[in-house]
Design a protein around this ligand. Sequence first.
Ligand SMILES: Nc1nc2c(ncn2[C@@H]2O[C@H](COP(=O)(O)OP(=O)(O)OP(=O)(O)O)[C@@H](O)[C@H]2O)c(=O)[nH]1
Ligand SMILES: [Mg+2]
Length: 413
Amino acid sequence: MRATARAVNERAKPSATQNRRPAKGQKAAPKAPPQGKNPKEASRKPAAHSPAPPAKKAAAPKPAVIEGPLRSGTVALIGRPNVGKSTLLNAALGQPLAIVSPTPQTTRDTLLGVLHRGSAEFRLLDTPGLHKPKTELGRVMNAYAREAARAADVVLFITDVPQRGHGDHHVIAPHPGDLTLLQSLKDAEGAAPVVLVLNKVDIVRDKSVLLPLIEAFSKILPFAAIVPISAKREGEVERVLAEVGPLLPEGKWQHDEDDLTDRPTRYFASEYVREQILRATRLEVPHATAVTVDKFSEPERGALEIDITIHVERPGQKKILVGKGGATLKQIGMQARLRVEEMVGRKVILRTWVRVTEAWRQSRERLSEMGYEKDAGGDQTLLIEADLPDLSLPTDGEPTGPVVIAGDEDQEQ
Ligand SMILES: Nc1nc2c(ncn2[C@@H]2O[C@H](COP(=O)(O)OP(=O)(O)OP(=O)(O)O)[C@@H](O)[C@H]2O)c(=O)[nH]1
Ligand SMILES: [Mg+2]
């Protein structure tokens, strides 16, 4: 029996109420459908937050229909930084729970998102992008991802479709980092089935590159399925869920249909401040920033009060964050407050301070104080940190696993 998502996320145990979808106008959600009931109806959850509309609306596929016995399992979203793991999680949940940005290493720890489709309960675990770490923080982030992969019932390996060949290679080929990561998945004993998601197909002009790429990937590992999608196009994630659902172990659901995550509101308050910092600043500033919650008070009535410290490593970074006359910090605080208010459906008072905490990314002690614990150690041999190997591709072996081709490939954004 594998570890559950709750066990993976034990660092932040939620209260019973925090475990519920923290949304405005929350209604008692329908319970798990008895077997045989129309799974389409059962699977339609009202989204509390609407996802951002896609740049160009594609014909939305129907929600994935998973029939048969009740299933429930953990699905680890694994991959290099910036490939779209958090975007995929949000698309599946139908709301922007996880923070997303064009800056690699946006996600710093695991985030559970629960959803149900027909008879299947998916416990999706977003993880930090696996990378070659330069800091202790990077090592902790990798450990989270490795542990999530080790404990998962299904691994969703996500990659983005490269725009160009790597290095001297002019042909489009799997990213060298993917080769390393997939090889370690292959070497792991008793490993979970792996579904490959080729994300960002919307930015590929010449769709004819997709088939050779799929073929190259399928020689690396016997994937249960390979699904090219654009996580940004409405509904395309449903094809991924349709492939993953039947791979989940049979068993009773562990969550109600209205459960969304096991992280408490204070976690999202700090994440949404970090999200605004990612939007407002560039280069090393977002990477050198950590956000901690000093005070979180949730009175019966009135506003929720949150005091937040933003840690940076150098006085120059503090200056950038605060901005002229405090304008940048004010904007960050205001936008983050609106985001938390939308989530909790009540007024929020959010106060922010900026503090220089030198070299916090290299200090185990500081990281632990900030909630980044390397307790997720697990099997260190699985998914070793992604050293970039040479570009030689395995040439033997036949393609394996079903290949699901995007239905509307001709639609460009
Ligand atoms: N064009 C396009 N962009 C995408 C797609 N999916 C994600 N992105 C963009 O890619 C960037 C990275 O997305 P994230 O979801 O933050 O990626 P991630 O894998 O979670 O990144 P880390 O948390 O850093 O590991 C963001 O700017 C997204 O908007 C897609 O299907 N198409
Ligand atoms: Mg992410």
